[in-house]
Ligand binder design. Structure first.
Ligand code: NZQ
Ligand code: ZN
Length: 392
């Protein structure tokens, strides 16, 4: 078991109609002039934005708005947001949407409060010393960005997708009304469930120390998300299933399911970030497409964890060799992906990757992680290329 810090300062306001409290919450955290940041317009079409602006008007809170955060949010819009905030004297950010709007808002928050080019943080050149305070109204259960310390931004030039983490960006509050996720396309719901599970699995498949309480929480979370993801395939308006998934999304990425572990593996995420950068695929679908190939490549070096996962999470019978049990667990996970209509390779993801693309992604990935990374198995550029080739 490793020492750990657990820091989750976000005030969670969960349940039906909770978006009505947004004005009080902004005031509670000292916001006077707000930037409302959102994506491509789903929050306008659903009527949510109208409700939010009415609440702010009624509370006498002034605001400016900036939409346009796309999935795999772009640096160009971040620069635009920084300029707008400086010009308008914005002192509080409100992200309304999914991970892309939240991440873009976090990057804007760094840019307003730190001198110089905000990309430096994502390029690992220096560390931020502050971020504007941020609140969230979540419309997609997936990234956990509503409580996490991380944000992921894509630089248009070279299509470089990079994450940056610091506690400064953890949201002050997160409003989570499961009903707000009912307008999601089924594909995005499934992508979200996949991402949530991956945030816990990345922390689970380690060769570092482990804590029994953390394992039990992680395994319970994974079983719960799987059960409810299957319910949502058949019954997308099921409130309780949406609520289970939504809360799991936050717990999966606020640090809870990694306490006492060695920090996790995270290579499936790093490989997916290259896919997202180059082909603009949905993050959760990209994760499902690479996971099986990653798992088969690394499981022998992390056998006790893969065996435990197979038995405790996937319900595999504990008969046969450890390797056989581990492989059955990986196959069962892929069966689950198929059941919720997620891809299990690049072709199913809709990506026709050339060999040159795979080489480029492996190279960018290796550079992005500083040469080699991974806890289940340490992977270098050659390994990354082998995994990309295996999932083609
Ligand atoms: O842009 P709009 O019009 O809002 O539509 C979005 C978008 O097309 C739509 N959507 C969201 N809520 C909806 C809705 N449509 C109908 N009804 C609703 N209630 O869904 C699409 C996807 O939205 P997006 O925000 O891009 O998805 P997600 O939450 O999965 O975020 C993905 C981004 O987050 C990053 C990913 O890499 C990707 O860039 N990640 C961020 C993390 C973090 N900050 O901690 C961790 C993750 O591992 C991940 O890397
Ligand atoms: Zn993720």
């Amino acid at each position: 078991m490793f020492n750990f810090n657990y820091f989750t300062p976000t005030k969670v306001v969960f349940g039906k109609d909770t978006e009505k409290t947004v004005g009080q919450l902004i005031k509670e955290f000292g916001g006077k002039k707000v930037l409302i940041h959102y994506g491509g317009g789903s929050v306008i079409r659903s009527g949510l934005m109208d409700k939010v602006t009415k609440v702010l008007d009624a509370e006498g809170i002034s605001y400016v708005m900036l939409g346009g955060a796309v999935p795999n949010p772009r640096l160009g819009l971040v620069y635009e947001g920084i300029e707008l905030c400086k010009k308008e004297g914005v002192d509080f950010l409100l992200a309304v949407g999914g991970g892309s709007a939240i991440d873009s808002a976090k990057a804007i928050g760094y840019g307003v409060t730190n001198e110089g080019d905000v990309w430096d943080f994502y390029d690992y050149k220096r560390k931020a010393t502050a971020c504007l305070p941020l609140g969230v109204i979540l419309t997609l259960s997936a990234t956990g960005s509503e409580m996490s310390d991380s944000s992921v931004i894509t630089k248009e030039e070279g299509l470089v997708k990079r994450g940056y983490s610091s506690d400064f960006s953890r949201p002050k509050f997160a409003i989570m009304n499961p009903e707000l996720t009912m307008t999601l396309p089924d594909y995005q719901t499934a992508c979200g469930c996949t991402d949530i599970m991956m945030h816990t699995m990345e922390r689970y498949f380690t060769n570092g120390g482990n804590m029994e309480i953390t394992d039990q929480l992680a395994e319970g979370l994974l079983r719960t998300v799987m059960n409810n993801a299957k319910i949502l395939v058949k019954d997308p308006k099921n409130y309780d299933a949406r609520a289970e998934v939504m809360w799991a999304g936050s717990l999966a990425h606020n640090g809870l399911t990694g306490c006492g572990n060695d920090g996790g593996d995270w290579m499936a995420h790093k490989l997916e970030h290259e896919l997202g950068g180059l082909y603009d695929v949905a993050h959760g679908a990209g994760l499902a497409a690479v996971w099986g190939s990653w798992a088969r490549y690394v499981y022998k070096e992390c056998l006790p964890r893969f065996k435990k996962f197979a038995i405790n999470v996937m319900g595999v019978e504990a008969t046969g060799t450890d390797e056989e049990i581990a492989i059955k667990g990986i196959e069962a996970m892929e069966d689950f992906y198929r059941e919720i209509k997620m891809p299990t390779n690049l072709r199913e993801l809709g990506v026709e990757a050339t060999d040159a693309d795979l080489v480029e992604m492996a190279h960018k990935c290796a550079v992005g992680v500083g040469g080699a990374m991974g806890s289940a198995k340490l992977l270098n550029e050659e390994d990354m290329l082998a995994i990309f080739k295996a999932c083609k």
